[in-house]
Write a protein that binds this ligand. Structure first.
Ligand code: PBG
Length: 316
C-alpha cells in the first residue's frame, strides 16, 4: 500500500466525468417502487405529495404519469369505505385494491403491480391481524385472512404480493396458496415511530395498544437474520428491511448473509423529515433525497420503496 505523495485520492475527483466513471453506487429510477393509496375519495397532500389518496379513477391517471416518467413498479394500499373486526375489505372480491388492480392491469401490461398484504388498513381496531377475546392479535387465526387477501389480489391482476403484517408463517401460507407468484416479504419490519404520516393517510393507527407484540424491537439485528431465514425457508422471493435509513446496518447484515434480492422501505417518516427540513429552508430536498437513497443502495438494497419515486423520476 503506497502512501502520500504517491497516492493522492483527489486525482479521481477532479471532474464530474471522472467521478461518474468511478462511482461505486448509483440510484436509478429502475430501482424504485412508488407506493400509492386508493380510497373512496381523493385527498391531495400538498406538504407530502407522495402520501395522497387517489380514487380508482384518479389512480389510473397517476399511474399513466408514473409510467411516462419511467417508474417501473407501484405498491398499492387500500383504504376501504368501511372497516370491520376481520378486515374484510382486504380480501373481498370487490375491495378497493382489487378494483384498482382490475382498472390498472389491462391498461399497463409492463408495469409491475405490487400490493401490500395486511389487515391494518381494513380492521376497525387497526391491528394487522385478528384480535382474540383476550385482546391479543391471534397469529394463526390471521393467516387464513391474510392468505385470502393475497389470493384475491392475484386474481385481480397483481404481479407481486408484499405481506407486511409480521405474523409468523404468513409467507408459507401465501406460498402454499400461490405457488407461482413472487412474494416480497416485509421480513424485517420494526415497531417504528417513523410510520406516523402513513398511518394518518391510511387511517390505520391501532385503536388500542401498539404493534410491539408482532413488529420487531428496534434494538435487534440477530433476530432480523432469523426472520429472514424463516421467510427464505417459507418461499419468499425478495426480502425487505423497513424502515430504511435508521436501519442501514440491518440492510448490510441481511445483504451479507442472504443472496435473495433485497428491498428497503424508505418509509413515510423518513420522507416527511427531509420534506420538513427542506420546507424550512434548512436543506436542498433533491440533493438530500438523492444522498439518502444512495445510502440505502450502498447499504445493500437492490430496490427501494419510496414516496420520492415520482419526484425523483421527474428531476431532470
Ligand atoms: C402495514 C404497513 C405500514 C406501512 C407499510 N405497510 C404501517 C404500519 O405497520 O403501521 C408503513 C409505511 C410507511 O410508513 O411509509 N400495512
Amino acid at each position: 500500500m503506497s502512501a502520500f505523495p504517491v497516492t493522492r485520492l483527489r486525482r479521481l475527483r477532479r471532474t464530474g466525468a471522472l467521478r461518474d466513471l468511478v462511482r461505486e453506487t448509483t440510484v436509478s429510477v429502475d430501482d424504485l417502487v412508488m407506493p400509492l393509496f386508493v380510497a373512496p375519495e381523493a385527498l391531495p397532500n400538498a406538504r407530502l405529495p407522495g402520501l395522497a389518496r387517489h380514487t380508482v379513477e384518479s389512480v389510473v391517471r397517476e399511474v399513466e404519469e408514473l409510467v411516462r416518467l419511467g417508474v417501473p413498479a407501484v405498491l398499492l394500499f387500500g383504504i376501504p369505505e368501511e372497516k370491520d373486526e376481520d378486515g374484510s375489505g382486504a380480501w373481498v372480491d370487490d375491495g378497493i385494491v382489487q378494483q384498482a388492480l382490475r382498472a390498472l392491469r389491462p391498461r399497463f401490461s409492463e408495469l409491475v403491480l405490487m400490493t401490500d398484504v395486511c389487515l391494518c388498513e381494513y380492521t376497525s381496531h387497526g391491528h394487522c391481524g385478528v384480535v382474540a377475546a383476550d385482546g391479543q392479535v391471534d397469529n394463526d387465526a390471521s393467516l387464513d385472512l391474510i392468505t385470502r387477501a393475497a389470493v384475491s389480489h392475484a386474481e385481480a391482476g397483481a404481479d407481486v404480493v408484499c405481506p407486511s403484517d409480521m405474523m409468523d408463517g404468513r409467507v408459507g401460507a401465501i406460498r402454499e396458496a400461490l405457488p407461482q407468484l413472487p412474494i416480497v416479504s416485509y421480513a424485517v419490519k420494526y415497531a417504528s415511530a417513523f410510520y406516523g404520516p402513513f398511518r394518518d393517510v391510511a387511517d390505520s393507527a391501532p385503536a388500542f395498544g401498539d404493534r410491539r407484540g408482532y413488529q420487531m424491537d428496534p434494538g435487534n439485528v440477530r433476530e432480523a437474520l432469523r426472520e429472514c431465514e424463516q421467510d427464505v425457508a417459507e418461499g419468499a422471493d425478495v426480502l425487505m428491511v423497513k424502515p430504511a435509513l435508521p436501519y442501514l446496518d440491518v440492510l448490510r447484515a441481511v445483504r451479507d448473509r442472504f443472496d435473495l434480492p433485497l428491498a428497503a422501505y424508505n418509509v413515510s417518516g423518513e420522507y416527511a423529515m427531509l420534506k420538513a427540513a427542506a420546507a424550512a429552508g434548512d436543506l436542498d430536498e433533491r440533493a438530500a433525497a438523492t444522498e439518502a437513497l444512495t445510502s440505502i443502495r450502498r447499504a445493500g438494497a437492490d430496490l427501494i420503496f419510496t414516496y420520492w419515486a415520482k419526484e425523483f423520476a421527474s428531476w431532470p
